[in-house]
Structure formats: structure tokens, C-alpha cells
Write a protein that binds this ligand. Sequence first.
Ligand SMILES: Nc1ncnc2c1ncn2[C@@H]1O[C@H](COP(=O)(O)OP(=O)(O)OP(=O)(O)O)[C@@H](O)[C@H]1O
Length: 118
Amino acid sequence: MKGQGFIRRLRFALLGLRRTIGAERSFRTHLVAAAVVLAVLLAARPAPLWWAILGLAVGLVLMAELFNTALETLIDHLHPEQHPEIGAAKDIAAAAVLVASGAAVVAGLAFAADWLSR
Ligand SMILES: Nc1ncnc2c1ncn2[C@@H]1O[C@H](COP(=O)(O)OP(=O)(O)OP(=O)(O)O)[C@@H](O)[C@H]1O
């Protein structure tokens, strides 16, 4: 399946996105948060740098969620039984989402502080 054309690879990626949206409530929650950030940016019309910072922050969270889901899917398929190391791997993947979310909150607070100080 190597060397697929761009359109086919894009389709695979969109299938992964659709599957994650359907299966993961936390991903849907983060998508709603991303929509709220977009609405705030459209309303506030800040400098382009804020679009870049908040866009990267939102992208980081969604990317972490997608990797978390990919890892969970793979682990559950390869090793459906309980094992402490499997639990640790899932906890670490969840920690990646937590770290990305924390960074996004910091970026959001920095934006709010900058906006309110105008
Ligand atoms: N096979 C397993 N062996 C040991 N511990 C596990 C196993 N599966 C899950 N756990 C533990 O239970 C926690 C929750 O697992 P689960 O698969 O429900 O992940 P989740 O974070 O709730 O996933 P989701 O993002 O789907 O809500 C894991 O973080 C891990 O600590």
C-alpha cells in the first residue's frame, strides 16, 4: 500500500478523522473548543501572530488526540488483555493530550490578557 497518490492518501486521512469523530467523545469536545476559538478569532480580529499561535495550539491538541486514539486502537487490537504496561502506555498517551491541552489553555489566557489590556 506504499506510494499511493495524494487524493487516495487524503481519503485515508479523512477516514481516520471521521472514525475518530464517531468513536471519541473527547475528540468531539476538543473540536467544539476549536470552533469556539475560531469564532473568538473571527470576532476579535487580532494580529496575524495570534491566529498562528492559537491555530498551532488547537492543532497540537487535536493532533495529540488523534495519536492517542491511533495508539489505543492499535493496542486494543494487538493486546486486548489487561496488562500493567498496556495501562501505562495508554496513560502516557492520555498525558500527551493533557500537556497539549495545558499549552493551549496558556495560549488562550495569554490572548485574553493581551486583548483585555488594549
Ligand atoms: N488493557 C489494559 N490493561 C491495563 N490497563 C488498562 C487497559 N486498558 C485500559 N487500561 C487503563 O484504563 C484507563 C482507561 O482506558 P480506556 O481504554 O478506557 O482509555 P480512555 O482514556 O478512557 O480512552 P477513551 O479516550 O477511549 O475514553 C487507561 O488509561 C489505563 O490506565
